[in-house]
Design a protein around this ligand. Structure first.
Ligand SMILES: Cc1cc2nc3c(=O)[nH]c(=O)nc-3n(C[C@H](O)[C@H](O)[C@H](O)COP(=O)(O)OP(=O)(O)OC[C@H]3O[C@@H](n4cnc5c(N)ncnc54)[C@H](O)[C@@H]3O)c2cc1C
Ligand code: FES
Ligand code: FES
Length: 474
């Protein structure tokens, strides 16, 4: 039996059926609702022209997030409030965009307005860093950004907060059981518990699991892939929790990077920088840590630091639960240790002991919204000036995220010295045979990987550089 997709659009009720489950929010808005303020620029989450705000009930309160409508499937809106630029009226952000000349051709403007409105709503007093992060996923080819930043600062001063939801009406849309939607033989399931998720995965072993859809959405919009059955993890409450335990951290398989940000950033200032440089605010609001691992990408930014920290992956299916070291999940390019019907239930990240030197570095051409050419993570356990153990993991250096086992071995037991570090840098050539592609040449990748170990060493000897924010051009 198929339910209609029930949600609020700009505070009005909607019950939608008769559309394929992979219809994007953007297609729905522009083609069904004829709300054309939300623009299509790239249809792959890169430009922000399609930014909308989604409000959801979290522990009895509204949580509002800016997201990319172009890659998000409509059924994920069930039980939520979709807010578009048409709903804002002349709010403080729009007024400031006019008075500061933040708009020229205007194509990007609705997206910027939505990103900034969400930012102003979510921060009592947004800092420049908050503002820059909020628009890190919005491109403008006309203004040069300065007038947009001026507009944001001006709007921020007004302290006007705009987002409102009829919470009683939204509460009425919350479901007690799994949401199931079907159109033309294609199905979408949104279970609420891990047990139901395991059951529906067992019934549909060939189904596509959907977290934030920041990879899966593009399979549809760019590769025109036809997804027969989709199982959404975003309403499984137990998978959306971040728990701090005595042993460290447990991150549920459907926790977004935005939600995990604070807990992960606490590991090291370099981790905070990496997370700020992970895609954009819109993508971090959607993209999950579990999806970033499960996609098996060799250039994902999550796996290298998590592997270096000794994270373990908990996989669950109807037949049980198993736990593996994260690095063992990545078998070869495009091949992961996930059985049919299994899903990532959680990621367990151990606490970082005091005597472990931990650093992570992302090398990409731009600060924001860019995929890594190389991502390096180091966890060096030091005792009495010697390396007691080393965990070094790289992205972008092989067909999978991979540990530098030769380099690790060469460091272990030696004094943490320039000589030992230079020896380990040479050993890295046995660990990796990187590829040349559009992001970097093989030679560049190898040199940068070796130099990042050296940088980690130099920074450890100069503690005043430790908390430096690695900025543009690093
Ligand atoms: C514009 C843009 C910028 C990006 N920038 C970055 C970046 O800077 N760094 C980076 O690392 N990535 C980046 N990405 C890639 C992407 O955002 C991340 O990989 C993200 O974390 C994927 O999570 P998701 O929840 O959106 O995954 P989805 O797209 O929902 O799923 C990805 C894969 O994981 C599977 N899956 C999802 N959840 C589970 C689960 N619980 N159990 C088992 N399998 C599951 C899906 O079936 C699919 O195979 C970017 C993407 C875009 C569009
Ligand atoms: S259209 Fe470019 S991010 Fe959606
Ligand atoms: S005003 Fe033209 S793209 Fe921004």
């Amino acid at each position: 039996m198929s339910d209609a997709i029930k949600f609020m659009l700009n505070n009005e009720m909607r019950a939608v059926s008769g559309l394929p489950p992979t219809t994007t929010i953007l297609q729905y808005l522009r083609l069904q609702e004829r709300l054309t303020g939300t623009k299509e620029g790239c249809a792959e989450g890169d430009c922000g022209a399609c930014t909308v705000i989604v409000g959801k009930l979290e522990n009895g309160k509204m949580a509002y997030e800016a997201i990319n409508a172009c890659i998000v499937f409509l059924p994920t809106l069930d039980g939520r409030h979709l807010i578009t630029v048409e709903n804002l009226g002349m709010n403080a952000v729009q007024k400031a965009m006019v008075s500061c000349h933040g708009s020229q051709c205007g194509f990007c403007t609705p997206g910027f307005v939505m990103s900034l409105t969400a930012c102003m709503n979510n921060h009592e007093n947004a800092s420049d860093e908050n503002i820059q992060d909020a628009i890190s996923g919005n491109l403008c080819r006309c203004t040069g950004y300065r007038p947009i930043l001026d507009a944001a600062r001006q709007a921020n001063k007004s302290q006007e907060r705009h987002l409102k939801t009829d919470m009683e009406a939204l509460e009425g849309l919350q479901r007690a059981r799994m949401f199931a939607y079907e159109h033309g033989g294609r199905q979408f399931f949104s279970p609420h518990t891990p047990e139901d998720l395991a059951e529906v995965c067992a019934q549909h072993p060939g189904a596509t699991l959907l977290g934030g859809g920041t990879d899966v959405g593009l399979w549809v919009t760019k590769r025109h892939k036809h997804l027969e059955t989709v199982i959404y993890t975003g309403n499984v409450a137990a998978l959306r929790e971040v728990k701090k335990t005595a042993a460290g951290l447990e991150i549920g398989g459907a926790v977004s990077y935005a939600h995990a940000f604070e807990s992960l950033a606490a590991y090291d200032p370099s981790m905070e920088v990496l997370l700020r440089r992970f895609a954009s605010t819109q993508i971090r609001n959607l993209g999950t840590v579990g999806g970033n691992i499960a996609n098996g990408s060799p250039i994902g930014d999550g796996p290298p630091p998590l592997i270096a920290l000794g994270a373990r992956l908990v996989l669950r299916s109807k037949s049980g639960v198993r736990e593996i070291p994260l690095e063992e999940f990545f078998i070869a390019y495009g091949k992961q240790a996930r059985e049919k019907g299994e899903f990532v239930e959680k990621i367990i990240v151990p606490a970082k002991p005091e005597n472990v030197l931990f650093r992570v570095y992302k090398i990409s051409k731009r600060f924001d919204q860019d995929i890594s050419a190389v991502c390096a993570a180091f966890a060096i356990e030091l005792r009495d000036g010697k390396v007691a153990s080393a965990r070094i993991a790289f992205g972008g250096m092989a067909g999978t995220p991979k540990r530098a086992t030769h380099a690790e071995k060469s460091l272990t037991g030696k004094p943490w010295s320039e000589e030992a570090v230079r020896g380990a840098m040479s050993e890295m050539e046995k660990d990796y045979q990187p590829l040349t592609d559009m992001r970097a040449s093989a030679g560049y990748r190898m040199q940068v990987a070796q130099n990042l170990l050296y940088r980690c060493f130099v920074e450890s000897a100069q503690p005043e550089t430790e908390t430096r924010v690695y900025g543009y051009g690093d």
